[in-house]
Design a protein around this ligand. Sequence first.
Ligand code: FES
Length: 169
Amino acid sequence: METKEKNTVNRGEFLRSLGLSTSALMAFYCMGTTLSSCSTKDDDPAPATPTTPGGTAAVTGTTMGSGINFNIDLNAYKAKDLKKEGEFDIFGDTIVIATANKKYVALSKACTHQGTTVNYRSASNDILCPNHGSQFKLDGTVQKGPAASPLTVFKTTLSADGNSLNVKA
Ligand code: FES
C-alpha cells in the first residue's frame, strides 16, 4: 500500500523533490504539453497583414517571400497616390509603379547586384538602384550594370472599377 502511494506522487511534487526552481518546473510543464499551452497572446505570430507605413489598412495579403499576393485599396492607401501616373511605393519585397494609362508594374524591390532597394524614375520611365547606379527597364531587364540579373516581375491586376490592385508572384 505504501509503495502504491509513492508511485502516485504527482509530477510537480516529484520535480520539487529534485530541488528544481519554479522556472525549471515551468519548463518541464511546457515540455510535457504543447508549446501553445505555455504561450500567451503576445507570443502569437504576426498577422498576414503587412506593415506598410501609412497604409496598413489599405494593404492586405502577403507582400514578402515566395507567396507574394496582396491587394492595395488605391483609395484608402494614403502614403502615396498610386492612382497618379509616375508614383511608386515599396510593399514588402516589391516595388509597385503606376505607369501611363492606369497601368501598373510590380517588380522585386531588391537590386540584383547587392540588394539595395530600387527607385522608379518617371522622367526616364525606368528603375534606378541608388547604390551603384544599376538601371532596369520596367520588364525587369538590366539596361545598365553592375547588376547582371533582371528584377523579378510580378503579375498586376487592376479591378474593373480601378480602385483595387492585386499583385501576385
Ligand atoms: S546594389 Fe544596386 S547597383 Fe549595386
